[in-house]
Design a protein around this ligand. Structure first.
Ligand code: DX5
Ligand code: ZN
Length: 219
């Protein structure tokens, strides 16, 4: 299995966003996690497409865009045009996820479906074959630097079993509260794309990115 660290720029210093991204990219990290929040699906508003377009010009990383917005189908085209490589929508925010996933694929992008901590894996019963990635929230979405919710470990395990039983290669991304104290548990449970915001950005960004990149490369 391929393991990837996906540093979340939500915790970056936006006054030095370009430098912060360069710092992680130079360590050899492949993914960049980009959280778009609308103040409706989640309480916060983060940033939108002009920011994604700007950073697309200075980075070759895989742009892993997590849309925490109501009716994400309204923004799929713009997300793709801004330079996203993976577009993840929330099952809870979307009335027609099947159609939205088709649209993402028609635009030539990878499609992810995200589930909040307490949303059942049954949401995936008919979608699992269609998506490239499932993002399991391991905190309630909306803020960086929250505490990992322990029952999510069992959920990751259950999803990995479901994927294996169906003979699929689907990526499992975990998002929220991933740090030195929780990383082993999610890896062991079967996650292979790990978002880390506050554990990477802030002080010593490059050093942190390198630490987790290496840990995953050696896993
Ligand atoms: C939370 C966002 C996360 C956030 C994670 O709603 O989806 O991507 O940046 O931050 P940490 O890693 O600090 O929990
Ligand atoms: Zn996220």
């Amino acid at each position: 299995m391929k393991y990837e660290l996906s540093p979340s720029i939500l915790s970056a210093d936006f006054a030095r966003l370009g430098e912060e991204i360069k710092a992680v990219e130079q360590t050899g990290v492949n993914y960049l996690h980009i959280d778009v929040m609308d103040g409706m699906f989640v309480p916060s508003i983060s940033f939108g497409f002009p920011i994604i377009k700007s950073i697309r010009k200075m980075s070759n990383m895989v742009f892993d865009v997590h849309l925490m917005v109501e009716q994400p189908e309204r923004y799929i085209e713009e997300t793709a045009a801004s330079g996203a490589d993976i577009i993840t929508i929330h099952a809870e925010a979307c009335k027609h996820p099947d159609r939205a996933i088709e649209q993402i694929h028609q635009l030539g992008k990878k499609a992810g479906i995200a589930l909040n901590p307490s949303t059942s894996l049954h949401e995936l019963d008919y979608l699992l074959e269609k998506v490239d990635m499932v993002l399991l929230m391991t905190v309630n979405p909306g803020f960086g630097n929250q505490k990992y919710i322990p029952y999510c470990t069992g959920k990751v395990k259950e999803l990995r079993t479901m994927i294996e039983e169906r003979g699929l290669q689907t990526d499992i991304e975990v998002d929220g509260g991933i740090n030195a104290a929780t990383i082993d548990a999610v890896l062991e449970a079967g996650a292979n794309i790990l978002v880390a915001g506050s554990a990477v950005f802030g002080k010593e960004t490059a050093k942190n990115a390198e630490k987790y990149r290496k840990l995953l490369a050696d896993y």
